[in-house]
Ligand binder design. Structure first.
Ligand code: F6P
Length: 328
């Protein structure tokens, strides 16, 4: 295998708090090991358009505490085509980039997997997404911060819900995964969570209503995952159903939206990103390729791309029971 002298870093897909901490860790660790580092701007778009600049130890100073990504990000359509990936490969060669480190979610790591397979390049992935939906890692960079942001918002919504005796349906992100919904419901003391992983045939709203919601309470909060199945889902859908089927209740909807993606990363996410960034360079030194660096039981693990991307990450049933028991 060709010895590595220069690595490229890019962030791709939805931004996540802690991506900057990961960029800093990868860059500093690579420089520590005597390698050159190139920052690629706007994800795969930058690789296709040759929007690439060298990063120094100083250029990643003062970013560990900042949300977003200094390298910017994009969801590149062109990279989905073989022609786009050919251009990306040629620019990698021209820039002397021996290995590529991709920080992103499912789609971004799928892109790395295809590039590696088509052009025999070395790729390493770091899980960077608020959704926490990558298999093989207990947590993804940005998830903890987003969870804390949601809980902070729901605490505020609770004040007004209680004052008005209202039911609030609060919609949270997560794409097709319910980690943000389920855990924010537990942490905020919500009465229920409606998540895509709950595969029971029983309607989750009916279940919540049949348990006698508001019998002993003067307000309720239901956290709803944004996920839609067969066109059905989201907070608005459930709120409208209650308005129609139980007109006696005063219902409101809050869609938290992109504020969940912003903000200063939590200490947990900064430490996670720093550990995963250093581990990415270690992995390259060990001649690993096409793996995502994850964390499992507080230990660094290497997860092959096809597993990280393709396998469903289950929600622990225990979390569903915890919420059920505590929301009586
Ligand atoms: O994957 C991160 C995420 O924030 C999802 O939770 C959400 O469904 C999606 O990205 C939103 O994407 P965009 O910012 O492109 O609208």
């Amino acid at each position: 295998m060709r010895t590595i002298q220069c690595i490229g870093i890019l962030t791709s897909g939805g931004d996540a708090p802690g991506m900057n901490a990961a960029i800093r860790a990868i860059a500093r660790s690579a420089i520590y090991n005597g390698w050159k580092v190139k920052g690629i701007y706007r994800g795969y778009e930058g690789l296709i358009n040759n929007d690439i600049k060298e990063l120094t130890s100083e250029s990643v100073s003062n970013i560990i505490q900042r949300g977003g990504t200094i390298l910017k990000t994009a969801r590149s359509k062109e990279f989905m085509t073989p022609e786009g990936r050919q251009k990306a490969y040629e620019n990698m060669q021209a820039q002397g980039i021996d290995a590529l480190i991709v920080i992103g979610g499912n789609g971004s790591l799928s892109g790395a997997q295809v590039l590696a397979a088509e052009h025999d390049v070395i790729c390493i992935g770091l899980p960077g997404t608020i959704d926490n939906d990558l298999y093989g890692t207990d947590s993804t960079i940005g998830y903890d911060t987003a969870l804390n942001t949601i809980v902070e918002c729901v605490d505020k919504i609770r004040d007004t819900a209680t004052s008005h005796d209202r039911i609030f349906f609060v919609e949270v992100m997560g794409r097709d995964a319910g980690f943000l919904a389920q855990n924010s419901a537990i942490a905020s003391g919500a009465e229920a969570a409606i998540i895509p992983e709950d595969q029971t045939d029983i309607d989750q709203l009916e279940q919540f209503i049949s348990r006698g919601f508001r019998k002993s309470k003067n307000s309720s909060i239901v956290i709803v995952s944004e996920s839609h199945k067969n066109g059905v889902g989201g907070a608005m859908h459930y709120a409208n159903r209650v308005r129609k089927e139980y007109p006696e209740y005063d219902v409101r909807v809050t869609i938290l939206g992109h504020l969940q993606r912003g903000g200063t990363p939590s200490a947990f996410d900064r430490v996670l990103a720093s550990r995963l960034g250093v581990a990415a360079i270690e992995a390259l030194k060990e001649e690993q390729r096409n793996v995502m660096i994850g964390i499992h039981d507080n230990k660094i693990v290497y997860v092959p791309f096809n597993k990280a991307i393709k396998m469903d990450k289950p929600i622990d049933k225990e979390l569903i029971n915890v919420l059920d028991e505590l929301s009586i």
